[in-house]
Design a protein around this ligand. Structure first.
Ligand code: ZN
Ligand code: ZN
Length: 308
């Protein structure tokens, strides 16, 4: 990790400091209302010409919100001379970042603990305290789209932006970098365990695996119609990959499959129960909901036509 840079206390000076370090910034009003686009870029205007913000060539330096972000010192000086109190926004993806945004007011701290129980402790990275009790963990962008709000109170910010220290939070507190207060460019890759499953890097073959991960006959089973094998991990993964609207259904499906496989002696029911309940916590189901669903799956009538 690099030595870190002092970020000045004045917002305009701070914006210039970030830009000098290669971070693209734009100004954000305290009340978050955006700056107006020019008429050609304003969808409400009769002069509007259809185009994608990222392809805009209008040259008006505030158009399209965070697409206006820049490292141009003279423009940044002009913006903060006009509005010395403007907050400092930094678009995540354009800066090569993806940020875990934890908001404890919406249960983000609880979700985060459940997430780490499931996927293991996340790799260390720079951290920013939001001034409102929240926490930002910026990583290097994985180059893939990430789900917007994967867990209650946790946001994966990639297409959006974050405010940078010393911006002022709605609660009146200031954003600041954790620890010594110095800014360090995020340098830790986005955690592999939080990638959409299809984008994950393959696990090296020589890595030792826990007993129940071996796809042996004793603890796994044939997937319907395929040569692959069902394991407890597959069932857990299915719950982790479910999106918000489908969590209950995914969990119930995985629970049904776990009971079926266990009844055939192909997996250990206790392993499956432990794994599925911790996955349920990580995706925001309450423990009692998950237990009730797991138990009701045991009494579901056998359905041989059930397909994943
Ligand atoms: Zn424009
Ligand atoms: Zn435009």
């Amino acid at each position: 990790m690099n030595v870190g840079s002092i970020i000045p206390a004045e917002l305009g000076d701070a914006a210039l400091a970030y830009a000098a370090l290669g971070v693209k910034v734009f100004r954000v009003r305290r009340n978050k209302t955006p700056y107006a686009n020019c008429a050609r870029c304003d969808k409400q205007s009769s002069l509007y010409v259809k185009h994608r913000p990222e392809e805009c060539r209008c040259g008006v330096p505030t158009c399209h919100g965070f697409w206006a972000a820049t490292t141009d010192a003279s423009l940044i000086r002009k913006w903060w001379t006009e509005e010395p109190d403007a907050n400092i926004g930094a678009p995540c993806k354009q800066n090569g970042w993806a940020v875990i945004d934890i908001d404890p007011r919406n249960g983000g701290d609880k979700s985060f603990r459940a997430l780490e129980v499931r996927v293991g402790v996340l790799p260390g990275t720079v951290m920013q305290l939001t001034g409102g009790g929240g926490l930002h963990m910026p990583y290097l962008s994985p180059g893939y789209d990430l789900p917007g709000e994967p867990f209650p109170g946790i946001d994966f910010k990639h297409n959006g932006y974050i405010l940078l220290a010393p911006s002022v939070h709605a609660s009146g507190g200031r954003y600041r970098w954790a620890g010594d207060g110095l800014f360090r460019t995020p340098a830790t890759p986005w955690p592999d365990t939080l990638l959409p499953r299809k984008e994950r890097r393959p696990v090296p073959a020589q890595r030792p695996a826990p007993r129940h991960r071996f796809p042996s006959v004793a603890n796994s089973a044939q997937r319907p119609g395929g040569g692959k094998l069902w394991t407890v991990d597959d069932l857990v993964q299915q719950v982790m990959d479910s999106h918000e609207g489908g969590r209950n259904r995914s969990f119930y499906f995985a629970a049904c499959r776990a009971h079926e496989l266990a009844a055939q002696g192909l997996i250990d029911l206790r392993d499956a129960e432990d794994g599925l309940l911790s996955a349920a916590g990580a995706v925001g189901l309450t423990d009692s909901e998950a237990r009730a669903s797991f138990d009701s799956a045991a009494t579901r009538p056998s359905d041989k036509g059930w397909v994943a």
